[in-house]
Design a protein around this ligand. Structure first.
Ligand code: B12
Length: 215
């Protein structure tokens, strides 16, 4: 049986090389050893970032990028099923509403963050991409969310993040809901300027931040 480090290497390489079989084999071996699923998903997030970089550098086509995310979607389902089969009970640590803002269709990063938050034990309501601030807030109210996690991947759509905080204040519910923001152009300075509770850069940071909000 390969070591934990070797399995993480296999996970990374097989996803970067868009090798679906390799990804699934690694998941099987990983879970047989009872290793932490969160760690494996972090490695997949790293692999997806590398695929994003290769796409930007025109080393990969859009079809390869999209295939990698389809594989990852199936991988997430497989991990959830395997954990359920093993009787691993995931107690809810809190409810998080997630979305990508209006006019922004980037959702690869959000999807991986959603999976990692679920595996970490959060009840995640992912309302998708291209969402108005008001839609995100309605979902948060309906689902009694503790946290809103929202991303803007392009600078032209970032305004919705500030609008979201303003609307929460207007409705008098700002103090009831923590807000974490993320995305390629989003900085800590920007988060401070709009009064967000946190700016996160990676899926692992999103999980740590959500956990700290609930403590
Ligand atoms: C893939 C991609 C696309 C794909 C998106 C497919 C999809 N379904 O998501 C396609 C080809 C459709 C696309 C389109 C566009 N894109 Co684009 N895209 C990228 C690219 C190459 C990779 C992003 C990615 O998915 N990476 C993989 C993930 C796993 O990594 P990640 O994004 O870093 O995610 C991590 C963190 O950010 C964080 N995170 C991410 N999301 C979230 C969400 C929440 C809630 C939280 C808490 C955390 C979190 O955790 C993740 C995991 O660790 C980036 C460049 C880059 N290297 O970032 C440009 C980039 C984001 N795109 C850009 C642009 C400009 C566009 C377009 C406007 C291009 C155009 N002229 O048409 C359009 C916009 C379309 C639209 N209206 O939204 C720019 C934005 C620049 C800016 N500052 O405004 C970038 C930065 C490229 C560049 N260098 O110019 N794009």
């Amino acid at each position: 049986m390969p070591s934990k480090g070797e399995l993480l290497g296999e996970a990374y390489t097989s996803l970067v090389e868009i090798d679906e079989k390799g990804v699934f084999n690694t998941i099987e071996k990983w879970l047989e050893n009872d290793y932490d699923a969160k760690e494996l998903l972090e490695k997949f997030a790293e692999a997806l970032s590398e695929i994003g970089r290769r796409f930007e550098e025109k080393e990969y086509f859009l079809s390869q990028l999209m295939n990698s995310t389809l594989i990852l979607e199936k991988a997430n389902k497989l991990i959830a099923e395997k954990l359920a089969e093993k009787g691993v009970e995931i107690k809810s640590k809190g409810t998080i509403v997630m979305a990508t803002v209006k006019n922004d269709t980037h959702d690869l990063g959000k999807n991986i963050v959603a999976s990692m938050l679920r595996i970490a034990g959060f009840n995640v309501i992912d309302i998708g991409k291209d969402r108005y601030a008001s839609e995100i807030i309605d979902a948060a109210i309906t689902n009694k969310a503790d946290i809103i996690a929202v991303s803007s991947m392009t600078s032209t759509t970032m305004g919705t993040l500030g609008e979201l905080i303003g609307l929460l204040k207007e409705k008098g519910i700002r103090q009831n809901i923590k807000v974490m923001i993320s995305g390629a152009p989003v900085t800590q300075d920007y988060a401070d300027s709009i009064g967000a509770d946190a700016c996160v850069r990676t899926a692992a940071e999103a999980v740590e931040t959500a956990e700290s909000f609930m403590n």
